[in-house]
Ligand binder design. Structure first.
Ligand code: ZN
Length: 300
């Protein structure tokens, strides 16, 4: 589907169901800890595509590509810094090939943080970060993504630069989500950004959809959405982790099952989110629950 339709769907009042986690699903399907997940687009396309297909089959209206770390800075940790375009184009193509051929089904290109801080706190200049995100945004657009989802942002400046790059280098709708946790000062990102500041800075940067992802589970996501909804008229998106993981035999086990999240997801929907999905620890079963809740709400 084309990207204009993506925003039209949201503007018409339709609630979209996104997908659950990519990383934890890859691990469940055999990806060893420590390898580059984005390289799996090339070496294990059937595994990546199987995850996309399972989400569409569970009722996702959109899947986000396996490109969260497919920027030059993160890929350099694995020696893959020159494969941004290859990983991004391939990952979108794998998703498009299983995207149901009907109106209202989409592919969103995932863009995560660079992993580096910007001057004066870290080694990167703002210009370098802009170029890093531009390269990834262009590659995702070239692959045919319907929208770009900038995710798990903690620093306001980096999120802003990512939004600017995505908006200036492509004509795609852009969502940006930051990760908040409750602390003494209320909801903040790891770098101290509160919800209000996030909304105003992302809005100034030209974002189309604002929200939150990852974090400490559905209870905190309810609090985030409650704070966020009155602050913007833009569509909002909530993609929570399935709670805080327990470490069992060296693997992370998430505690919020589809049954546990059902009333919490309902509350998030009733607060007025426009796109609902999950992050770490959520899988197709969680999406099936959300699909059912959204269908029920939209038939009322
Ligand atoms: Zn997460």
């Amino acid at each position: 589907m084309n990207n204009h339709q993506f925003l039209q769907f949201l503007q018409s009042g339709k609630i979209l169901v996104s997908d659950g986690a990519m990383g934890t699903e890859l691990q469940k399907r055999g990806m060893p800890v420590g390898v580059c997940p984005e390289e799996f687009n090339i070496s294990h396309p059937e595994i990546v595509q199987g995850i996309y297909k399972d989400y569409y089959d569970a009722g996702s209206d959109l899947v986000t590509t396996n490109t969260f770390g497919a920027n030059r800075s993160r890929l350099a940790m694995h020696g893959f810094e020159n494969r941004v375009r290859e990983f991004c184009v391939k990952s979108v193509e794998l998703a498009l090939a299983v995207c149901p051929d009907k109106s209202g089904k989409f592919v969103a290109g995932s863009m995560g943080p660079t992993g580096d801080l910007i001057e004066p706190l870290g080694p990167r200049t703002a210009r370098e970060v802009y170029d890093i995100f531009s390269e990834q945004a262009e590659a995702l657009a070239e692959g045919g993504a319907d929208a770009l989802f900038i995710e798990t942002m903690m620093a306001a400046e980096e999120a802003e630069i990512a939004v600017r790059a995505a908006k200036e280098k492509t004509n795609l709708p852009v969502a940006a989500t930051m990760t908040f946790e409750f602390g003494k000062a209320g909801l903040r990102t790891m770098w101290g950004v509160d919800v209000k500041t996030a909304v105003s800075r992302l809005t100034d940067a030209g974002v189309d959809i604002i929200g939150s992802n990852c974090g400490r589970g559905f209870d905190e996501m309810i609090a985030i959405v409650r704070e966020l909804r009155p602050l913007t008229v833009k569509p909002i998106i909530a993609q929570s982790n399935a709670g805080i993981p327990d470490w069992v035999d060296g693997i992370s086990v998430y505690t919020e099952t589809p049954e546990i999240i059902e009333p919490k997801a309902q509350e998030i929907l009733d607060l007025g989110v426009n796109i609902i999905g999950g992050c770490c620890g959520t899988g197709p079963a969680h999406i099936r629950t959300m699909r059912r809740l959204v269908d029920k709400k939209q038939s009322l």
